[in-house]
Write a protein that binds this ligand. Sequence first.
Ligand code: FRU
Length: 483
Amino acid sequence: MRCIDKNQIEEKLQQGYPLSGRWHNGFHLEMPFGLINDPNGLVFANGQYHIFFQWNPLGCEHKNKCWAYTKTEDFVHYSRPRLAMQPTDAHDKDGCYSGCGFEEEGCVRVLYTCNAKDEAGVRTPAQRLGTLLADGTVRKDEIIVPGEAAGYTAHFRDPYVFVRDGRRYFVLGAQNEALQGRAVVYGEMAADNGGNWEFMGEIKTMYPDFGYMWECPNLLQFADGDVLMFCPQGLTAEAYAYQNRYQSGYVSGRLNLDSMVMEHGAFCELDRGFDFYAPQVLEADGRHIMLGWMGMPEEEAFYPSAEDGWLYSLTVPRELTLQDGVIYQQPVAELLALRKQKSEQQVMAISAYEYQSLLPELCEAKLTIQMGAAEHVKLMLVYGEERLMFCYDRLRQVMTIDRNGMKLGARGVRSFMLSAGNVLNFQLLVDKSAVEVFFQDGREAASMLIFPETETAPQLIVQGDSSLSKIEGSIWELSSYKL
Ligand code: FRU
């Protein structure tokens, strides 16, 4: 355990704002230094959204995992992120790993995984409660589940609390002794029984053999179904699926907590880009709001902002809706307040092969492209000689995202099926180095980090291989979030 000097970190943090540096984003949460990963402890309580996330304040490696904390009422004004919790004792000396938040009697409580390793590198996990204090730090409370349940390895982490019929449960990411990923559930016992948590077993899904570990599960209840979100590790890439090192996705259906059987449809990925992992969802006033980590484990060597001392961002908050068993994602409505000026929906081009527009550095673009005779449409963000490209093949109904036109940072191509018929619709959120795209009204989403070599605002180019019938849309300059 490396000693983390809280006061020194706080001082450095104070000096770190406002964020500066060529790739720091305006409306994506990130830290002035260190590496961030999973959003943690998300909860709406006392009129505020509380947001924690994994943070190594000492460097850009996956070590020294602490929790950082910020809060907001409106997803536009945030408190200055600070250090909330750090490894302190034998239980969490090798990391305050991921966990969730929930409200209890007006307090924000958290439940997180303590990670400890012995000299031989053998892990011991423990699930521990905590309480957010007025100064934005977390008081560590009791351990409610030491070690792992029989039949599972020490990869036993990332609790997510949910409530059913007034009873509290949590779902946990696990690996069984056959080295298969699982989601297991604990249920809280009545207080007169000691207030302990009992192991209820694993969720029986149609995926008994689907990767070697499931990280960061979330169990969500929508009006017409349950959703089990999780991050399977170890899937083999397919032509149109599972193209990242690790995946994030969900199954939707019904979970019966008596039998622990979940009847559900096929696993769907939540994001088709390059940099998205470990999402977490909070429920507030009937809304399901998700934040994801814009990053990917074990890829940090490819991201040049590490040279400037910082790595990774969180996605913007996205509202989830479940429609016919499918999750649709949209930036939360609060982000409309980031739009700097009104922009009417306008016809940008009729019967054209190409449309071009210079974009503001931070912007949102909503476009509807009627493909007409075109079989291929390209949408590009061009930064001088570099480009990020989205190519749609109408006949095959395949969208391809191509990052090979960027010089710095990770590159590559991602492809997925997108049924768009003849009308493509895109919503792009373009920040300095973070780009999020929503396709077909949020039917699919894609997150990616790009590191343009020169500081130029991007140019948007839409091209058809034959005349496109019409391009309509709006472009807004966006402001940064406020601290
Ligand atoms: C996912 C993850 C979690 C773990 C945390 C540690 O990115 O590996 O399983 O709790 O990150 O930072």
